[in-house]
Ligand binder design. Sequence first.
Ligand code: PLP
Length: 254
Amino acid sequence: MRRVLLCSGLDPSGGAGLLADARVAERFGVRPLGVATALTVQDSAGVRAVHPVPAEVLAAQLAAILSDAEVDAVKIGMLGTDETARVLASALSLTRAPVVWDPVQRASAGAAPLHAGDLATAADLLRDHLALVTPNLSEAGALAGFPVAALAEARRAAGAIRDRFGVDVLVTGGHLPVAPVDVFCGAAGIVELPGERIPGGTDVHGTGCALSTAIACELAGGIDPVDAARRAAAFVRDHLLAPVRIGRGRPSVI
Ligand code: PLP
């Protein structure tokens, strides 16, 4: 059985982060291994606080697991701080598996930012280990250095991020104004992956987490990045049609 190492924040509601990522992996028939990068205080209405896991604890957990077990892919989600990126970068030299990073900055609801540092600094620390980064529009803006609101800017940002950090990019365009389109930029240039507007879909919790984990699971099976992105988007779309209601706030994608 293939294995994916999940390095994500803990959302106790299970709608996003490590618990959601583990459920996605199980659906793909991939065995999840995991470390929590940060502990969040949140419910289905939003994030209230973020507590990073101490660097020495995270470093020891990663060294233990990566020295003992082979993994076929790694998914990184919220980091909390740039220091966490430093710890992950050092640990990832223990594996050659493809690494997908969802560069989470803020949750769609709640006051507390999920990354207190600078995403571009974190990207500089992680870049040598990454196969793919999956920013949404605002995260793409932070990585590219200019605001991203329309498809033309998403295309420009995907190219700029690839040039700046030397890593393949999937700008997730579920919030684009005219129609949802994900924009992939790899060695062969830009590929647009048109999506489908699902009523209420942009209010569902955990979609970015599910997408990036699904991509990591496909990469673990040797699928190329563009096909992995296509299949992962189809998985998320199917789940958006039947989201799960855990509490009184927003429903979760899985
Ligand atoms: N909590 C954790 C731990 C996350 O990793 C994320 C997103 O990556 C969120 C919450 C926010 O999810 P959403 O913006 O989908 O509500």
